[in-house]
Design a protein around this ligand. Structure first.
Ligand SMILES: [Mg+2]
Length: 400
């Protein structure tokens, strides 16, 4: 029997150098020192790294998910880093800490968090992912392909351990009365899963579970949408995820081709555009090519909660060609500037400026007298109704 271990990864943008790039070395040092202080006490082990401008703190411990003491380690590290970031004049200093006082659970306070508790296997293989300049739904397609599509995940055919498929827990992050979850089993409910996951703004994979061993979690993704907390644009959500690999789960290398697709996701400059998700080595700066969304993956072995590694999973030479192809895709998309789908539809725009502009323009519209096929001066079918407000007071796109 392996020991019961909890993994918690907590991530925040505390500020970066010269715009949206990288956290300063001093911020990383503070976070590392804070976590190191707890090793052998609250924590079994820890790992601090960054993806673009976000600092991630990965912690192994035995306190279970949602533990106040564990969350406080990350919160205090980010608080102390915020003071440093302000003293250094870093851009967006403390931007992801949306409340002043720690309430006991970091969920809903700004930082992204993903946690998973399980009985450790003798050779526990893990993949930890962090993305920058994008949203939680950015993992939908790669994880769908890795856990539910035998075209990408041959283990579903080849391994008896994977034959039963996987259970998807999907979160609706735009529900008006708060986040809600649905549980769907693949392959039986594959088309239902697909119908939801295709909408990466509204639906996000929250967790994935083995069906042959229903108590075994396979993946967890942070699902917080910052704008739902702050009610305004405060930066993209930049999700983190923990995935267990090998044996009863897909093999680590089965996750590569789905990420090599470089699927278009929302994010980028001003959180308002679509560009492909670029797999990059860990500790890569956010790109000055329009803050193209990026994702890093670390492979880790764990025994008795102690990490060995990490290995940088998107650093081997193969990924250079993948990145070249995705860069071409990104540059092509940018050529059409603000025209959809390069810029997001109005329903997803994070910046208030264009919303104010549309509201002003809405007042200038006049009914089209004598429209074709109508003739009575009534509003033409399919007419301009794009400036309808949704329930959050944001301008909603036509047809959404
Ligand atoms: Mg970020």
């Amino acid at each position: 029997m392996g020991m019961k271990v909890t993994l918690s990864i907590i991530k925040a943008d505390i500020g970066s150098i010269g715009g949206h790039t990288v956290p300063s070395p001093e911020l990383l040092k503070i976070c590392t020192e804070r976590a190191a202080r707890e090793k052998g006490r609250l924590l079994i082990d820890y790992l601090v790294f960054h993806c673009g401008d976000d600092i991630s703190i990965l912690m192994s411990h035995q306190k279970g998910a949602g533990n106040q003491e564990i969350h406080a380690i990350a919160w205090e590290a980010f608080r102390a880093s915020t003071d440093k970031a302000k003293s250094q004049g870093l851009y967006g200093a403390g931007q992801d800490l949306l409340v002043d006082a720690f309430s006991g659970n970091i969920r809903g306070m700004g930082p992204q968090i993903a946690e998973m508790q399980f009985e450790e296997r003798p050779n526990e293989a893990l993949m930890v992912m962090a993305a920058d300049k994008t949203e939680p739904g950015a993992y939908n397609l790669p994880l769908y392909l890795s856990f539910a599509d035998p075209m990408y995940s041959p283990g579903l055919l080849l391994s008896i351990e994977l034959h039963a498929g996987f259970r998807f827990v999907i979160m609706d992050v735009e529900h008006t009365e708060g986040d809600r979850l649905i549980t769907l089993d693949a392959p039986e409910r594959l088309y239902d899963i697909a119908a939801l996951l295709r909408d990466t703004h509204r639906y996000s994979i929250e967790s994935i579970w083995s069906r042959k061993y229903p108590h075994e979690p396979a993946a967890v993704v942070s699902t917080t949408r910052l704008r739902n907390i702050a009610g305004r644009y405060v930066g993209k959500d930049d999700p983190v995820a923990i995935v267990r690999t090998q044996k009863i789960f897909p093999a680590t290398e089965e996750f590569g081709p789905p990420f090599a697709l470089g699927a278009f996701v929302a994010g980028d400059t001003r959180g308002s555009h679509n560009l492909p998700l670029m797999p990059v080595p860990v500790n890569t700066p956010a790109s000055t090519f329009f803050c193209c969304p990026m994702v890093s993956a670390l492979g880790i072995s764990m025994h008795d909660g102690i990490f060995t590694g990490p290995v940088d999973l998107f650093a081997d030479p193969f990924w250079n060609q993948v990145r070249d192809q995705i860069a071409v895709k990104a540059m092509d998309m940018r050529k059409q500037g603000f025209f959809e789908p390069a810029m997001l539809p109005y329903s997803e725009l994070e910046y208030g400026g264009i919303v104010t502009r549309l509201e002003r323009l809405d007042k200038e519209f006049k009914l089209h007298a004598g429209a074709a096929g109508d003739g009575d001066g009534k509003r033409p079918r399919g007419g301009a109704k794009h400036a309808v407000k949704n329930n959050k007071g944001k301008v909603k796109a036509r047809g959404r």
